[in-house]
Design a protein around this ligand. Structure first.
Ligand SMILES: [Fe+2]
Ligand SMILES: [Fe+2]
Length: 279
């Protein structure tokens, strides 16, 4: 069994220090084999925020795959940095590679940069994947035949039903890539809402989507801070959602997905641990 820890959107600059500290303790006690951070490490890529985010990530279990989110680009009041070198500050803390890759112990994970510093449309916080990013991810995924294929991007594939917020674009192109390369697991964040599902990608292929809530920020969207623990063994993915309740993180719900009849399917309805729920 391989254990993956998936967290997102810590948002230093608007982080709750108690929740961040509790998360570090919990993450260490879970002893994951890999840690995945799907972006929005800061509020606006300010230097102090990046320093705090770097220190936080440095305390989490290794090895790690970390990507930027739309909040890791400087704000409009920093026009030079925003338009001419949007990831310069992020790179100073987290390294040059915006689309890192991780291959170890049967896991092949590929990061995609879905963030944009500007665009010819109203909402620049939305996610868009360039043709180059899509082609690069496809080429990397095609290079490995066995194991668990994982894609990580900041922006989500699934919208909360009551919201009309946009999912990542172009979704049809991303889904066809996922189907062609038989991506097993997609990790993302951004909406600050937990969502776990087997998503039909086309050609009979379903991928397991893990969209994580904010792990320690005060920017809540109707649910407490949380994260996911994903356990992979052969044709099975067991995912436990953890949520912050009062003074600590606790297991809140379990989801099982099985690779059956050639694709991933939800094995049963999620089971909730009622005793551990947020009051
Ligand atoms: Fe966020
Ligand atoms: Fe975001």
């Amino acid at each position: 069994m391989i254990r993956l820890l998936h967290l997102s959107d810590p948002h230093f600059g608007a982080a709750d220090p108690l929740v961040a500290d509790r998360f570090i303790e919990t993450a260490r006690s879970l002893a994951p084999d890999f840690t995945f951070v799907s972006g929005d490490l800061t509020m606006r890529a300010r230097r102090a925020e990046l320093r705090a985010a770097r220190a936080f990530v440095g305390k989490l279990p290794q090895p790690q795959l970390v990507i930027p989110g739309n909040h890791d680009i400087p704000a409009l009041n920093q026009p030079f940095d925003r338009f001419f070198r949007p990831f310069h500050r992020y790179r100073g803390s987290f390294g040059h590679e915006l689309e890192p890759e991780l291959r170890a112990r049967g896991i092949h994970a590929v990061g995609m940069n879905s963030n944009q510093a500007f665009g010819f449309h109203a909402n620049w916080s939305e996610g868009r994947l360039s043709r180059e990013t899509l082609a690069r991810a496809e080429e990397r995924l095609a290079a490995q035949e066995t194991g668990l294929r994982v894609l990580m991007l900041h922006h989500p594939l699934l919208g909360p039903p009551e919201h009309d917020r946009e999912v990542v674009k172009p979704l049809p192109e991303l889904l066809s890539l996922i189907a062609r390369q038989q991506v097993d697991l997609v990790l993302c964040g951004h909406f600050h809402r937990s969502h776990l599902a087997a998503l039909p990608a086309g050609a009979g292929w379903h991928t397991v989507v893990s969209q994580a809530a904010t792990v320690c920020s005060t920017r809540l969207q109707g649910e407490p801070q949380g994260f996911h623990v994903i356990e992979w063994s052969g044709d099975r993915l067991d995912i436990t959602r953890h949520r912050f309740a009062a003074t600590r993180f606790a297991e809140d719900a379990h989801f099982t997905f099985r690779r059956d009849a050639g694709t991933w399917q939800a094995a049963d309805r999620p089971t909730r641990d009622e005793s551990a729920r947020n009051p």
